[in-house]
Ligand binder design. Structure first.
Ligand SMILES: [Cu+2]
Length: 145
């Protein structure tokens, strides 16, 4: 009985270690299933709010990507946004949903995130924002279900 307990304990330890290494490949910085995620572009202080609905974010289902741009609480309406969805550490095909300005600094697009055959769940949205001859990229790393 004691042996089994020790073996179980070692197995849990090992599993945690392997899982820990897997998750090291990419760190989730955006809790998309709970909230919206915000980042600021350093040099021009544009606030980028990123959201995916519905929640939780499920693979193989139609999703709406919503990006809101503001500066000093005022909407930025003249940006061009391109989004590239990638799986960190693994090529999952090109996934670039078309993002369009729908009004008052809100940019939206629709698409699907495929399910990874290896069981990985972490994705990264690279969002390129072009405006007034400058461009910058912000990335949000999140986990789907
Ligand atoms: Cu994958």
């Amino acid at each position: 009985m004691k042996k089994i307990l020790i073996l179980t304990f070692l197995l849990i330890l090992l599993t945690n270690r392997v899982y820990g290494q897997m998750s090291k490949e990419a760190t989730v910085d955006c809790q998309i299933n709970k909230t919206v995620c915000v980042q600021e572009i350093g040099y021009d202080k544009i606030k980028v709010t990123f959201d995916i609905i519905p929640k939780p974010v499920e693979f193989m289902k139609e999703l709406t990507y919503k990006i809101t741009l503001t500066k000093n609480d005022k909407p930025i309406t003249d940006a061009k946004i391109t989004m590239d969805l990638t799986m960190p550490g693994m090529f999952m095909g090109t996934n670039r949903p078309v993002i369009k300005h729908i009004g008052t600094g809100v940019y939206e697009g629709k698409g699907i995130i495929p399910r990874c055959p290896s069981g990985r769940k972490i994705w990264r949205a690279n969002i390129k924002i072009e405006r007034n001859d400058t461009s910058s990229i912000v990335s949000f790393t999140f986990e789907g279900k």
